[in-house]
Structures are given as C-alpha cells and as structure tokens.
Design a binder for this molecule. Sequence first.
Ligand SMILES: [Zn+2]
Length: 57
Amino acid sequence: MTQAHRLDCEAAAADCRFIVQSEDESEAVELAKNHMRDIHGKDYTDDELRSEYLQTV
Ligand SMILES: [Zn+2]
C-alpha cells in the first residue's frame, strides 16, 4: 500500500483550495512551503508543516 503525504491549505487559509499531495514527504513539504510563502506570505518551518498541516493518506 502506498501512502501519500497531503497538505490541504484550507486548514491554514480558509479561502484557499490549494492541495499538495506527494508520495515523497520532503517534496510535499517543499511544495507546501513554497506555496505558503509565495501565495500567503507566511514562512513555515518544515517541522511546523509536518506536525500541523501534513496528513498521511
Ligand atoms: Zn494556500
């Protein structure tokens, strides 16, 4: 069974429908971090994204 790492931006920004999904956790974190910075102007650390937003599906 393959697990994917998923970040639903709606949990962080109510009006954003951006979703990151990747089987590679570091890639998911990287994409999420870029999105948060570029679109929302927020800097999250890898740990914050992993512990607070990233889900395994
Ligand atoms: Zn977003």
